[in-house]
Design a protein around this ligand. Structure first.
Ligand SMILES: Cc1ncc(COP(=O)(O)O)c(C=O)c1O
Length: 500
């Protein structure tokens, strides 16, 4: 069969591709889709409570073959059945588990446009003024972080990727500046095996994971003890650095966390920055969770010292009410992006390096990259920075009130007074001192509330004991909503005790 007759036989339907001839189809599809989204918002619970096996069965009964083409209406009906009716609703007051926030309507408008126009923020000839919009957001946040005028940044896929870039720049910069080693061009050198990073024992797992991905291994990251507020103990940091030096290793960087995943605790960045400076170490600040709280007047003081960071991670999809992905990696000296930059003849030839047509690709470890900055641009324009700061202050207050609620109840034990918007606590069955039993009660509570679609609460461990965790990122949730969740926890725990 020749190509022409093959195409005729297939009845190629180019009407599926968005262009000026099928605007009506686009409008129809988008407006019927909006109805399904509105319907999803009507779900009472955060989750339907369907079992894993039922959901798998529902999915596979509908998805036996990919060659089953259907109308958009049919596809939407199917999607409702297999996904929308069972998707986790982060906007629901009973969803208080992980670092997921409800999203601003303004950001969704940005997302719609970014997808339809399908801009890829790689080179000026693909992105034109999307470049300026991304740069505008980067300049805004570097200014809020009080980074020097030579600072710069780039949007990334999330905190994990931003932390990866932080470690990579730190390593390559140290190797180049102090050993004359050009890792980007020459690859590995035995001295790199002696390089050490330091972070608190409560730092995010992506620090160790990224060290491993960089070929340095978990052992390249030294965990430093925290105080009773889960903040890095700077005396312990000094001791850890000395110990590594005595072992013949080379301290090259410290990661300070501004908002640990579990406790929202802030490492003492100012004193860490002084310690790092003494040994010419890179200071990376992981503000994936807490970074956006710099907008809140109540939290500003916690950022003292962040202005001395060499690089910063900040996630707008965690705490600035943005849809996933929306995250940035910031550097104090834009020259350091040279460790990731690459010039390809077909895309951003070296001759264009200093052209007025800026190519964002030279700052990124990605090639094709979504225009994520647009969502935040809309949010800043329409929702506004003041409102966003207000949302953050509201969720912080909710966390403090919930902490007090738990403290006033003899059934609970709390671990920390909230710095941001998490509360870590534990149900303690009356008269039961055995940790393993209390661990089981708490896990039972978490699992059964989730399974029944009643509430989603997270869990974590401290000193081998299991704790429950609320992560509060929804400013529409009230203390009375939290009382409901706490009451459900007590009911479930009492149930467990009765049955065991
Ligand atoms: C402190 C911290 N850093 C980094 C990350 C990773 O961010 P992402 O999930 O956006 O990759 C998280 C995620 O929870 C975090 O809490």
């Amino acid at each position: 069969m020749n190509l022409e007759s093959h195409l005729l036989e297939k009845e190629t339907n180019v009407n599926q591709l968005l262009n000026n001839k099928n605007k009506e189809l686009y409008k129809e599809n988008i407006s019927s889709t909006v109805e399904y989204i509105l319907d999803f918002l009507n779900n009472d619970n955060f989750y339907s409570g369907i079992s894993v096996s039922e959901l798998k069965e529902k999915f596979s009964s509908k998805n036996k073959t990919v060659s089953n083409v259907m109308s958009m209406d049919e596809a939407l009906i199917e999607l409702k059945e297999i996904f929308l009716d069972h998707a986790i609703a982060f906007n629901n007051p009973s969803y208080v588990a992980h670092l997921n926030c409800p999203v601003t309507i303004s950001s969704l408008v940005g997302d719609l446009i970014a997808s339809a126009v399908n801009t890829a923020v790689e080179t000026w000839d693909q992105s034109t003024s999307a470049t300026l919009i991304e740069q505008y957001i980067i300049d805004w946040i570097t200014e809020r972080m009080k980074l020097p005028s030579n600072a710069d940044g780039v949007f990334t896929s999330g905190g994990t990727q931003s932390n990866f870039m932080g470690l990579l720049l730190a390593r390559d910069h140290y190797a180049f500046k102090y050993f004359g080693i050009n890792i980007k061009e020459k690859g590995w050198d035995p001295v790199i095996s002696k390089f050490r990073f330091f972070c608190s024992e409560k730092a995010h797992f992506s620090i160790k994971k990224n060290a491993a991905l960089l070929g340095m291994g978990y052992d390249a990251v030294v965990s430093v003890a925290t105080n009773d507020k889960f903040e890095m103990d700077s005396n312990e940091l000094v001791l850890a650095i000395e110990k590594e030096k005595q072992n013949g290793n080379i301290p090259i960087g410290v990661v300070a966390t501004t908002g640990t995943t579990d406790y929202g605790s802030f490492d003492p960045v100012l004193s860490i920055s002084k310690i790092a400076k003494q040994d010419n170490m890179w200071l990376h600040v992981d503000g994936a969770y807490g970074g956006c709280f710099v907008l809140s007047e109540l939290h500003k003081a916690l950022f003292n010292g962040v202005q001395y960071a060499d690089s910063i991670t900040i996630d707008f999809h965690k705490s600035l009410f943005q849809p996933v992905c929306s995250s940035a990696f910031l550097v104090a000296d834009k020259l350091n992006f040279r460790y990731v930059s690459h010039y390809a003849d077909y895309l951003n030839p070296i001759e264009t390096k200093d052209s007025e047509q800026v190519n964002l690709i030279t700052k990124s470890i990605q090639t094709t990259r979504r225009f994520d900055a647009l969502k935040l641009w809309f949010t800043l324009k329409v929702t506004g920075e003041k409102n966003l700061a207000g949302y953050l202050e509201t969720v912080h207050k909710l966390a403090v009130d919930t902490y007090e609620l738990l403290n006033d109840d003899s059934n609970f034990e709390t671990l920390h007074s909230p710095t941001l918007s998490t509360v870590v606590f534990r149900y303690k069955a009356k008269g039961i001192e055995v940790d393993s039993i209390n661990n089981m009660v708490n896990i039972y509570v978490k699992n059964s509330l989730f399974k029944e679609g009643k509430a989603s609460v997270a869990s974590t461990k401290h000193n081998n004991k299991t704790y429950l965790k609320f992560t509060l990122l929804n400013p529409n949730v009230t203390l009375s909503d939290m009382e409901n969740v706490v009451n459900m926890i007590k009911e479930k725990a009492a149930n467990y005790n009765k049955n065991n």
